[in-house]
Design a protein around this ligand. Structure first.
Ligand code: SF4
Length: 340
């Protein structure tokens, strides 16, 4: 079953097909993305979930064509943004797309903010880049954006160091949404914040998403955030999606052993006696990926075939698939093989 059919392209804000990205370093070739496939439906939020080093950030950077080159190189695959082929665009065309059609929020707001510019100047700069507008108008709009993210517009003439971490991230979100992009890529946007501030920023992002009808790619390792904000979920391991489905599919009908491992790694506050069961081992070295299923050295269900052949997609429903040999001989529909 091919979910990349042209029939539903118009319904997709973002479609990535078979994307392969490498970083060619002096130490060797790092296989960052190995046939990445994701789809973000218009107006919906897709959670891209996995451990550090799974290829989540490279996926986001690829959409903006910001994979550092060298050493990064997009070898093959397709990226379509609102149906348009991003990989065919010139750098000049990309400059019009970044910030206007797609924006990205990064984990650490300090890497996104300029310490020697006031926050309103930084928001206004993006607006002026994309719109024919006077300085006065852009500053007025920048202050309105600050109000929208819960910061008094009168604080617009202050510098980033005068704001707390949570407020800096709000400024970054104001910059990202200043030109009402149709797609927002949020890369661990609350990881650097305190837990209570995380909840506030997440709630604000949810409200802004509704207000602007923005489609969203939420990059995270946190299944709590996924449950809070996502409609669809793609679980990523070693540069490709190993399980994909709706929120209910992934939480209530888990199929892939790696997804199961992510859930088992979560603390259970109601049952504090049960010990956490972290996934054994580490993410494989992306410059030396294991043969067959890349998860096989860590998998508790490993079969003889697993270190020899790559598993193919097996569908449980038209929206829920996994790549795992456990389901090759029996339908995903028949029931869970794994223990969750
Ligand atoms: Fe485990 Fe094999 Fe499935 Fe990979 S294909 S997740 S090694 S059972």
């Amino acid at each position: 079953m091919d979910t990349s059919s042209d029939s539903n392209v118009s319904n997709l804000a973002l479609e990535i097909n078979d994307l392969v990205v490498e970083y060619r370093t002096y130490e060797g070739v790092v296989h960052a993305l190995n046939g990445m496939n994701i789809q973000v439906e218009t107006g919906k939020t897709l959670g891209l979930v996995g451990e550090t080093g799974a290829g989540k950030t490279t996926t986001g950077l690829s959409v903006l064509r910001l994979v550092p080159d060298p050493p990064g190189i997009i070898l093959c695959g397709k990226i379509k943004l609102n149906g348009e082929d991003i990989l065919a665009k010139t750098e000049k065309e990309m400059q019009k797309i970044r910030g206007k059609v797609v924006s990205m929020i990064f984990q650490d707001p300090m890497t996104s903010l300029n310490p020697v510019m006031t926050v309103e100047e930084q928001i206004a700069e993006v607006i002026e880049h994309h719109e024919s507008i006077t300085k006065e108008q852009s500053i007025k709009k920048a202050r309105e954006m600050l109000e929208l993210v819960g910061i008094a517009g009168t604080r617009g003439n202050e510098y980033p160091h005068q704001f707390s971490g949570g407020m800096k991230q709000r400024v970054v979100i104001a910059i990202a949404l200043a030109c009402s992009p149709s797609l927002l890529i949020a890369d661990e946007p609350t990881t650097a914040l305190d837990v209570t501030i995380q909840a506030q920023v997440l709630e604000m992002m949810k409200n802004l998403r509704e207000k602007y009808k923005t489609s969203m790619l939420m990059i995270t390792h946190d299944l709590g955030i996924v449950a809070e904000i996502c409609d669809m979920v793609s679980i990523v391991y070693a540069g490709r999606v190993v399980e994909h489905g709706t929120l209910e599919d992934i939480f209530d009908n888990t199929r892939h052993p790696y997804t199961e491992g992510l859930f088992n790694s979560l603390p259970n506050l109601a049952d504090r006696k049960t010990k956490l069961k972290p996934i054994k081992g580490l993410m494989p070295d992306p410059s030396n990926l294991p043969a067959g299923c890349p998860f096989h050295p860590r998998c508790g269900y490993v079969l003889d075939i697993c270190n020899k052949e790559k598993p193919q997609k097996i569908y449980r429903t038209d929206k829920h698939y996994t790549e795992c040999h456990l389901y090759s001989s029996k339908s995903m529909v028949e029931g869970k093989v794994i223990g969750r």
